[in-house]
Write a protein that binds this ligand. Sequence first.
Ligand code: NAI
Length: 333
Amino acid sequence: MRIAVFSSKPYDRAFLDGANRSFGHELVYFEPRLTVETVGLAAGFPGICVFVNDRLDAAVLEPLTAGGTRAIALRCAGFNNVDLVTAERLGIDVVRVPAYSPHAVAEHTVALILALDRKIHRAHARVREGNFSLDGLLGFDLHGRTVGIVGTGVIGRVVAKIFGGFGCRLLGFDPRPNDDARRLQVEYVPLDELLERSDIVTLHCPLTPETRHLIDARAIGRMKTGAMLVNTSRGAVIDTRAAIDGLKSGRLGSLALDVYEEEGDYFFENLSDQVIADDVLARLLTFPNVLVTSHQAFFTQEAMEAIATTTLGNLRDLEQTGDCANRVPMPGR
Ligand code: NAI
């Protein structure tokens, strides 16, 4: 299939080109994100390949179909950036990579928690300046602490397994509890109880209308004073302004983010010579107890190989059979 690949970086090209030796698609790479302004680039391509910050709302989907595109392949698991109702009305197939390496995301989550707890980011900067003092670097043992996992799906369960190994107590909140998590000693409790009892709250649910700002001022107000909040799911699960207020009041002890609700204009780009115009992001970056990575939790060799192979296989299946096992589920089904 002739496929326009949006938001493509050199590393995307390397992995997609590598996997494409087994598929033989015609891949044309575009660096810009897919938006109303760039949708014209897709004209004449039956397939497009997009990532987390590409925009697939009605304003983009309509010109996309008018230009002849019939298939959208997300090279990610989340699909909150696609207007599925409009896609279905227009008859566009939407496929994704439901699971690639849950270990990649879970391990990055653990890396953020360890770094933030033991202040590795600050220690590293200090030591490079010849400052070997320990003042302000006091951490806490993870052993014996309570970790609250919001969303006990594939990634949440890997997180549970790892923290079980640390000797943590595990609480879970999920509208669809599962026995695999229970077998990992996850105790399911209502969300408020999880917030009240956890020393660390880590988010692994999808972004949906129900989970948008799930962690708002009210939820933060229920958390233990000084607790750590971690988000490697999707930015808008947290009301970032409420999190900043929580940090300022001391209710939140620390915050680790791999995702940010307005990340689209910033993440994945080198903007080091520019002023950050987003005051919320700029404020976040001033706190000593906040650690931000730019949506890199997925970014391992294993995950990139799996994403490339599944994405190109999804498009081959659509082309050859008109169907694909990795279709994005339509709302309400
Ligand atoms: P999954 O579908 O296996 O698990 C999601 C779980 O969240 C399910 O058990 C579901 O029942 C639960 N859930 C749904 N609504 C909820 C709610 N209101 N409250 C609590 N839990 C709820 O998905 P998986 O693979 O574990 O991924 C989770 C999320 O991680 C994805 O939706 C995606 O947004 C994010 N992600 C982030 C990446 C990164 O690089 N930072 C990479 C891959 C995924």
